[in-house]
Write a protein that binds this ligand. Structure first.
Ligand code: 2HA
Ligand code: ZN
Length: 276
C-alpha cells in the first residue's frame, strides 16, 4: 500500500490541517504523533526506506520497544502538512531498548522528528500501559483560550477541571477524568516529559501553563474532539470572565452528580468541591 494513501496517514494529515484551520498552529507550533497498528506496519513495510542510523530519543521508553510512529517534524509548519506531507512528517521505528529511533519514511528534505519527541513517547508509553494499548494518538497544540486561562486561574487540576466542566454540559461527559495542569517549564526536554507523563497516568489532557495543551486518545477523531471540546469550553470561560468576574448562575455540584448517573460516567468528588 502506498504510504500516502493509507487510511492512518490520511487521518493524520486531516487532523493536522483541522488544527491549523482552527488557529492552534502558528508558525511551527504544535506536534502530533500516532502509534501504528501491527497490520498498518505490515501493509507499508515494503515501502519503508532502508534503515538509517539510530539516534537518541532523549528519554527511555522500554514499553515502546519495536513500535513504529508517524510524527510531525521538528520546525515543520502544520499549514504545510496537507500540501507536502512527505517533507513535514515521518515514520520512525523505536529500537529494542526504547532509547533510540531511526527514520524509515518521510522528512524527504531532511530534518528530525518533533522537538517534543520525549514528551510524545513518554506519554505514549504511559497510555499504552494504562489503556491496554487502546490509546494511539498524542496531540500537542497551542490552543489560544486555554493558554489565556493559565494567566488568571490558579494552576491546579481541581480549579481548571471544575471551571471547564461548568462552561458546557458536555464537558464532564467528554473528559470525566478531568484535566491536569503543570506550571511553566522549559519545553522540549526530558524534565517536562516526565512531568507530563505523570499527569497522563491519570488524565487524557495535560495543560502546559503559558504554552498549550497535550491530549491523548484512541484515534484521531477522539483525540481531536477532546482538544476541541476543552478549548471550546476555555473560550466560553474567557468570554464569561471578560463580561464579569462573577457568575449569576452555573452548573452546581449536585447537577454534575445527577448528570453522572444518567450519562453513566464517574466524576471524581475531588472536582465537585463546594465554593465559598
Ligand atoms: O514548536 O510546539 O512545544 C513546536 C512546539 C514546541
Ligand atoms: Zn508547543
Amino acid at each position: 500500500m502506498r504510504i500516502l494513501e493509507s487510511k492512518f496517514v490520511k487521518g493524520f494529515i486531516k487532523m493536522a490541517d483541522d488544527g491549523y484551520q482552527l488557529g492552534w498552529h502558528e508558525r511551527n507550533g504544535g506536534n502530533l504523533s500516532y502509534r501504528l497498528k501491527p497490520d498498518e506496519v505490515q501493509s507499508i513495510q515494503p515501502r519503508l526506506n532502508c534503515p538509517g542510523e539510530w539516534l537518541e530519543i532523549g528519554a527511555e521508553v522500554p514499553g515502546l520497544a519495536g513500535e513504529y510512529f508517524l510524527v510531525t517534524g521538528s520546525g515543520k509548519y502544520f499549514r504545510n502538512i496537507i500540501v507536502d506531507p512527505e517533507a513535514c512528517i515521518a515514520i520512525i521505528e523505536i529500537d529494542e531498548k526504547g532509547v533510540n529511533y531511526r527514520i524509515r519514511w518521510g522528512l524527504v528534505e531532511g530534518g528530525t522528528p518533533t522537538s517534543e519527541l520525549p514528551t510524545h513517547l513518554m506519554n505514549h508509553e504511559v497510555k499504552k500501559r494504562v489503556t491496554n494499548g487502546e490509546h494511539r494518538v498524542i496531540y500537542h497544540a497551542h490552543t489560544t483560550n486555554i493558554i489565556a486561562l493559565t494567566f488568571v486561574l490558579p494552576l491546579n487540576d481541581e480549579v481548571f477541571t471544575r471551571e471547564l466542566w461548568e462552561m458546557a454540559t458536555e464537558c464532564p461527559v467528554v473528559f470525566p477524568g478531568g484535566v491536569g495542569v503543570i506550571g511553566w517549564m522549559v519545553p522540549g526536554g526530558r524534565a517536562i516529559a516526565i512531568k507530563t507523563a505523570q499527569l497522563m497516568e491519570k488524565y487524557d489532557v495535560a495543560i502546559w501553563a503559558h504554552h498549550g495543551m497535550f491530549c491523548s486518545g484512541a484515534d484521531f477523531d477522539l483525540t481531536f474532539g477532546l482538544m476541541h471540546t476543552v478549548e471550546k469550553s476555555a473560550e466560553i470561560l474567557v468570554k464569561m470572565l471578560s463580561m464579569s468576574p462573577h457568575k449569576l448562575q452555573t452548573i452546581q455540584p449536585q447537577n454534575f452528580r445527577d448528570l453522572a448517573k444518567d450519562f453513566k460516567v464517574s466524576l471524581p468528588e475531588q472536582f465537585l468541591y463546594e465554593k465559598e
